[in-house]
Design a protein. Sequence first.
Length: 206
Amino acid sequence: MSNDAGFLKAFQKHLPGSAVDYCFALWKENPFNFLITKERQSKLGDFRFRRDRKIQTISINHNLNQYQFLITYLHELAHFRAFTKYGLRIAPHGIEWKRTFQELMLPMLQKAVFPKDIHLALVKHMANPKASTGADLFLSKVIKAYDAPKENGSSLLVELNPGDQFELKGRKFIKEQLRRTRVICEEVQSGRKYLISAHAEVQKIL
């Protein structure tokens, strides 16, 4: 989407009401194409600088709750603005991006847009923001508490106990040890070890 009405409608649908005007104004300052996409397991949003494109593109998954959508929007916008200001040689999540992200997030923290539990976790996270909210297990868990109830009864892998069995994409695993943002799991059939995202949605086997 690229027109004002389309942007505003999307923001009103996906963002907390008190964040709509701010996010819309950020787009007006430095316009970009904005795509709301189907769910992607590997990422919540995306920005990639294209030399051959005059107008850059930011995409965000459609199924994020309003607080995760806002954080992801500002995260990706920080990439866009950092690359625009400092050039392509900067690290994707280096100091230039961190500072830009902090500057963009500050008005939302000052305005108390987020519920108290997310606000407290986010303040701590933003002191030194990571490459994704998923890399901050505490913040990610707090945000996911605001997701709509899942109809299929799925759980997050991080919520299971070591030794629990679960199913993921038709394959059965045993949860073992948490290693930062991923969990070592053993596939039941093959005995092979795999690293699976701690926030993967799985079906616990009772």
